[in-house]
Ligand binder design. Structure first.
Ligand code: ADP
Ligand code: ADP
Length: 227
């Protein structure tokens, strides 16, 4: 069975002028450890899709399943990273990465929590920056720290909503390589929202194209993971 299974989803926002249908007949299926990229024009409902997967909103029709359970509320097993990482300036990078563990406690001891945070920071090349403040880091480094924060809970699903969109071309390609490094080490199932088809093909093993208004799954491209 797929780890993420979105079946016939329809979603409309309630607005002052009535219903705004955004998604209809949306079908996406991702196996465990898979990495899907969702591409489509601005405003086609990609962020809405991430909210459906993370349980922040519920479909008007159809179903969203995660690991055999229907999604009806937010779960800590979903990690998220966004285009503009919000890091808390009064906390060190290490403490920012540890933040989700304060909000949703784990069984890990304090020592193990910190060791995991340090391992993640090392994995993305931020060893030595644990005690810095966010403003002391470049945009690419801050995004790397926010990826560590999204991963600290070992989420089953990692949702990346245009995480590299605000970065310059060089930094973006650095981040792509770092994503491959993370993917080799961390066992998440990935959902990448992007405008960049090149990025989708570089990182994902399945590309889903949304289009239309309301948007639907227009086509699905499976890529050879060993390409
Ligand atoms: P994308 O991420 O692909 O740019 P979004 O999911 O953010 O698209 O938005 C899809 C459509 O839904 C857009 O027309 C947007 O204006 C509208 N929309 C998004 N969020 C809301 C909201 N909270 N209330 C009403 N309309 C919204
Ligand atoms: P993105 O395309 O990256 O999702 P947007 O500019 O579409 O960014 O949306 C930014 C935020 O504004 C989102 O949280 C979205 O829910 C909200 N939003 C977008 N469109 C509307 C709208 N028409 N009414 C209310 N909120 C909206």
């Amino acid at each position: 069975t797929p780890l993420i299974d979105i079946k016939g989803v329809r979603y409309a926002y309630d607005t002052a002028t009535g219903k705004l249908p955004v998604l209809e007949r949306l079908d996406i299926s991702v196996s465990q450890g898979g990495f899907v990229a969702v591409v489509g024009p601005s405003g086609c409902g990609k962020s809405t899709l991430t909210r459906l997967i993370s349980g922040l909103i519920r479909p008007d029709e159809g179903e969203v399943w995660l690991h055999g359970e229907q999604v009806t509320s937010p779960k800590p097993t979903v990690g998220m990273a966004f285009q503009n990482p919000v890091l808390l300036e009064w906390r060190s990078i290490l403490k920012n990465v540890l933040l989700p563990l304060e909000i949703v406690p784990t069984k890990l001891s304090r020592t193990d929590q910190e060791a995991r945070a340090r391992d993640l920071l090392a994995l993305v090349g931020l060893d030595g920056f644990e005690d810095k403040r966010p403003s002391e880091l470049s945009g690419g480094m801050r995004q790397r720290a926010s990826l560590c924060r999204a991963l600290i809970h070992q989420p089953e699903v990692l949702i990346l909503d245009e995480p590299f969109g605000a970065l310059d071309a060089f930094t973006r390609e650095d981040l792509w390589q770092i994503m491959h490094r993370i993917k080799a080490k961390e066992p998440f199932t990935g959902v990448l929202i992007t405008h960049d088809l090149r990025e989708a093909i570089y990182l994902a093993d399945q590309v889903v194209v949304l289009s239309g208004r309301p948007a639907r799954t227009q086509y699905v491209m499976d890529l050879d993971p060993n390409r």
